[in-house]
Design a protein around this ligand. Structure first.
Ligand code: HEM
Length: 130
């Protein structure tokens, strides 16, 4: 990838915030994501904040999540949710559409999609469909 950090390419704080908001708006309103929406609390406020803090540090910005909550240990923090291929694909569907709506450079969006696909599959804790 180019020398700019992903954080800069995403548009810094405002860009990451906007991406996370689009992601959760899609999850909240799309039948395509209904199973993973059901795993979340009625209010998505805390989820939005945590994903914003995490993606900021993960993309090369300030380590906001780590400062607040310590090491992300994402697999451990997702253990209590049933995540099979269906849930993984629903999460990636939301993220892919949120990225596409962001008017990022295609190479940047493609790079992010493949990185997210790796993480989402790593978080799967069920074989096949749950
Ligand atoms: C594979 C499908 C996934 C499902 C079904 C899923 C579901 C969930 C749920 C239900 C929560 C708890 C609600 C909350 O506190 O926010 C959560 C938390 C979280 N997820 Fe995911 N997630 C998935 C993938 C991912 C991926 C790929 C990432 C990172 C790129 C991610 C990052 C996070 C973070 C940072 C939290 C907050 C953890 C905490 O501090 O408790 N998730 N996820």
């Amino acid at each position: 990838m180019p020398e700019q950090s992903l954080y800069q390419l995403l548009g810094g704080e405002n860009g990451v915030r906007a991406l996370v908001d689009r992601f959760y708006d899609l999850m909240d309103t799309s039948p395509e994501a209904k199973d993973i929406r059901a795993l979340h609390a009625a209010s998505l406020k805390q989820s939005r904040e945590k994903l914003f803090l995490f993606l900021t540090g993960w993309s090369g910005g300030p380590q906001l999540y780590v400062e607040k909550f310590g090491h992300p240990r994402l697999r451990m923090r997702h253990k209590s949710f049933t995540i099979g291929e269906r849930e993984r694909d629903q999460w990636l569907w939301c993220m892919s559409h949120a990225l596409d709506a962001g008017k990022f450079d295609t190479a940047v969006a493609d790079h992010l999609k493949s990185r997210f696909a790796e993480i989402a599959d790593f978080l799967r804790n069920q074989k096949g469909d749950s």
